[in-house]
Design a binder for this molecule. Structure first.
Ligand code: GDP
Ligand code: MG
Length: 162
């Protein structure tokens, strides 16, 4: 079984964009991995030496149901399957009240967790990183899902923690 890396975060932070970046091919086949539920978006990817399974938790449902219901499902899934959680936030928006709410819930899971500041191409990365220190998760990883910046380093970091 490959390690399962799960993307968590409020809508529009770039989870699906990072999913596509980490898998390169959309909807890679995961039929050969029994035990995974079919009701969410999985992909198999490899950047660096080792392959992984990536889960985009936000791909199902609608924004209309709200962040609360979305998080309920995301967190449930995270507990079930993930080996490592990537909590995505948005450098353009800075740290939001929703981000604070989400981190409280994630912290209680006791799963390996990395804070990822996406869209770091839109602002000075060091400023973005500083703003997110208040989440209490230490130094975030600054990435740009659209440009591929910082992505290899992030994956290496995840593998070092498995
Ligand atoms: P999700 O709702 O978390 O899955 O977010 P999406 O992946 O759908 O992205 C939301 C929007 O943010 C889209 O318009 C993306 O093109 C944009 N976006 C995602 N990643 C980046 C990034 O690294 N830099 C910039 N500038 N925009 C991004
Ligand atoms: Mg999405």
């Amino acid at each position: 079984m490959l390690p399962v890396i799960t993307l968590i975060g409020r809508p529009n932070v770039g989870k699906s964009t990072l999913f596509n970046r980490l898998t390169r091919t959309r909807d890679a086949l995961v039929a050969d991995f029994p035990g995974l539920t079919r009701d969410r978006q999985y992909g198999v990817g490899r950047i660096g030496p080792s392959p992984y399974i990536i889960v985009d938790t936000g791909g199902i449902g609608t924004l209309a149901e709200g962040v609360e219901a979305l998080m309920e499902r995301q967190v449930q899934r995270a507990v079930e399957e993930a080996d490592h959680l990537l909590f995505l936030v948005d450098a353009k928006d800075g740290c939001t009240p929703e981000d604070m709410e989400i981190v409280e819930r994630l912290r209680r899971l006791g799963k390996p967790l990395s804070l990822v500041v996406n869209k770091s191409d839109t602002t000075d990365p060091s400023l973005a990183v500083a703003d997110f220190h208040q989440l209490g998760l230490g130094d975030p990883w600054a990435v740009s899902a659209t440009q591929g910046l910082g992505v290899r380093g992030l994956i290496d970091h995840v593998f070092a923690q498995l």
